[in-house]
Design a protein around this ligand. Structure first.
Ligand code: 5GP
Ligand code: ZN
Length: 114
């Protein structure tokens, strides 16, 4: 999709600190980290948000979760746990309208979230 920063990062048209990549997904360090380790995981294919998916996306969404677990295992900072966040839509706090998951670790998190 034109003018989507995450499409451009996934296509390597915009540089990022890559953490993981395969045919379907791309993971990179967040430019404004909210934890000692803050990775953003995206599908390379554009989709607006978790409110913009259908049954055909089930496999890819599962794939992201498995990749998140593998990435977390790679970082010693996340050996005691981590958090996965999906901000969806305006009320969910989504600012980039290309569906993505945040993988955060290296500190303890509060609940409920803000
Ligand atoms: P959201 O608020 O949509 O859930 O998350 C968007 C995230 O993308 C934010 O944490 C923001 O810091 C990150 N972000 C936005 N633009 C860029 C960028 O150009 N490069 C990187 N690495 N992260 C970005
Ligand atoms: Zn996009």
């Amino acid at each position: 999709m034109d003018n989507c920063i995450f499409c451009k990062i996934g296509a390597r048209e915009v540089s990022s600190y890559k953490v993981y990549e395969d045919e379907e997904i791309f993971a990179f360090k967040d430019v404004n980290p909210q934890a000692p380790v803050h990775v953003v995981i995206i599908p390379k294919k554009h989709m607006g948000g978790l409110n913009d998916i259908s049954d055909k996306d089930e496999k890819m969404l599962g794939h992201i979760q498995v990749a998140a677990s593998k990435i977390a295992n790679y970082f010693p900072e996340m050996k005691n746990g981590f958090r996965i966040v999906n901000n969806c839509g305006i009320d969910g706090g989504q600012t980039v309208l290309h569906m993505h998951y945040h993988l955060l670790g290296g500190r303890s998190f509060n609940w409920p979230p803000g």
